[in-house]
Design a protein around this ligand. Structure first.
Ligand code: UD1
Length: 434
């Protein structure tokens, strides 16, 4: 299992280029299931979740070609013959977003069999809203042996009101509705930029969609969708992570190839904290000289402060003079990084959904454990300002969603190394040397 060794103390200086958004690429790849023609996606990040999605689509009979060389960020998908409309547990358990294939499969094949993500039953989180929505479109749903099975000869338009805002739920239903018979009205939809990006791809494929990016989306179903070529939007969470890294280390970094509009909540918050931020069309320059003021923050659905930046903000809050109260409104139990930050010397008290961070703390290096994708990012940020050499274990979490993070950080002056297994694997039979 790979680890990162990070020596803190260097201000980050230079330019970092942002990759395509994993959370936009995953639904875009699932959308290719809606047509038998070729879908070409550009700006696909090379991260583990994309590889998982590639394996998922391939297991159904899709031809998925990953580009190489200069075209390494291009993926071509052709779902001409789908042999098995099924998402197996082995894949779903490693990536909840695998459930994004549920809607497209039932719309295209009339049937889908998707494993429930580990430990969850229908009715509880995490996919009850996807299921309820598909039922509104006429699908018959059952649960068999840990799988959700959805059946519908042809979905029909319906009225879907999400009880709670869900990003992948909105995307799943949006895809399903494109091939339904008649009109679908979806209310209380997620307004995240990734939903808008999926809608632009679907429209290029021939779908009739209005209102994506707002909370009410209307879809007029069509008989069939065709192939298309689409460029994935930049990753706002990757950009946000590097912006916070630059600020925390007292650096001066130009984060390019991003969309500052998608980062508005974060940039406003950073300005309150005292970070100097300038942005133009597609780059953000961050200067972190000077003291940071504490500032309370609550996560909200877009355009609010993203839950996917909460852990990184907590790392920054340890460097502000005074108390910042962080409230996590989207996910319960998303403070796993706090205890690891405490091991590095941070002063953090958790009460339910609220964390109070008291700074400023000179963090000290420790061996820490990454518990999920964004939690691991916050540990890397903390390590960049800690005294000594921090070891971040289980970086496979970070590899799920950040493309070459250590190379990008090294490029702006961070001291970060990836270490793998210390010894080569033992062979079961002795090697014969010739
Ligand atoms: C997506 C993002 C993830 C981000 C999250 C919130 C992708 C691939 N992942 O996850 O990075 O952290 O949005 O911005 O885009 N819920 C239910 N029932 C459901 C679905 C969701 O109760 O059927 C609840 C969840 O438990 C959570 C809340 O709704 O409390 C929001 O979750 P949701 O927006 O669905 O997150 P994801 O789409 O899985």
């Amino acid at each position: 299992m790979d680890k990162f060794v990070i020596r803190g103390g260097n201000p980050l200086l230079g330019t970092i280029r942002i990759s395509g958004a994993k959370n936009a690429a995953l639904p875009a790849m699932a959308a290719a299931l809606l047509t038998d023609e070729q879908v070409i996606l550009e700006n696909i990040p090379q991260v583990r979740d994309i590889e998982t999605e590639r394996r998922l689509l391939a297991s159904m009979g899709a031809e998925v070609e990953l580009g190489y060389g200069r075209a390494q960020h291009r993926t071509t998908i052709r779902c001409a013959h789908l042999v098995a409309p099924e998402a197996a547990y082995e894949l779903v358990k490693t990536m909840r977003a695998s459930t994004l294939v549920l809607g497209p499969l039932v719309a295209r094949c009339g049937m889908a069999r998707v494993s429930l993500p580990g430990g969850c039953a229908i009715g509880a989180r995490p996919i009850d809203l996807h299921i309820k929505g598909l039922e509104q479109l006429g699908a018959k749903i059952s649960q068999e042996h840990g799988y959700v099975v959805a059946r519908a000869d042809r979905l029909r338009g319906g009225h879907v009101v999400f009880d709670k805002i869900t990003v992948t739920g909105t995307e799943d239903l949006l895809m399903a509705a494109t091939l339904a018979d008649g009109e679908t009205l979806m209310e209380n939809c997620a307004r995240e930029p990734e939903v808008g990006d999926l809608a632009s791809l679907l429209i290029k494929m021939g779908a009739n969609i209005e209102g994506a990016g707002t909370s009410t989306i209307r879809v007029k179903g069509v008989q069939r969708l065709h192939g298309a070529r689409h460029r994935i939007i930049p990753d706002r969470i990757e950009a946000g992570t590097f912006i916070v890294a630059a600020a925390m280390t007292g650096g001066d970094v130009n984060v390019t190839g991003c969309d500052p509009e998608h980062l508005a909540a974060l940039l406003n918050k950073l300005q309150e904290v005292g970070v100097k931020v300038r942005h133009n069309g597609e780059s953000v320059r961050v200067m972190g000289d000077g003291e940071f003021k504490p500032s309370d923050m609550s996560t909200e659905e877009y355009p609010g402060f993203p839950t996917d930046m909460q852990a990184q903000y907590m790392a920054l809050a340890t460097q502000a003079e005074g108390a910042s109260v962080i409230t996590e409104n989207i996910f319960e139990n998303r403070f796993m990084h706090a205890q690891e930050l405490v091991r590095m010397g941070a002063n953090i008290k958790i009460e339910g959904r609220r964390a109070t961070v008291r700074g400023k703390t000179q963090l000290s290096a420790a061996a820490v454990l990454a518990s999920d994708l964004r939690a691991s990012a916050s540990l890397v940020l903390a390590a960049l300002v800690a005294q000594g050499e921090t070891i971040v274990d289980r970086v496979y979490h970070i590899d799920r969603g950040y493309e070459h993070i250590e190379e990008k950080l090294r490029g702006v002056g961070a001291e970060i190394k990836r270490i793998g297994e210390m010894f080569p694997k033992r062979l079961s039979t002795p090697a014969v040397l010739v």
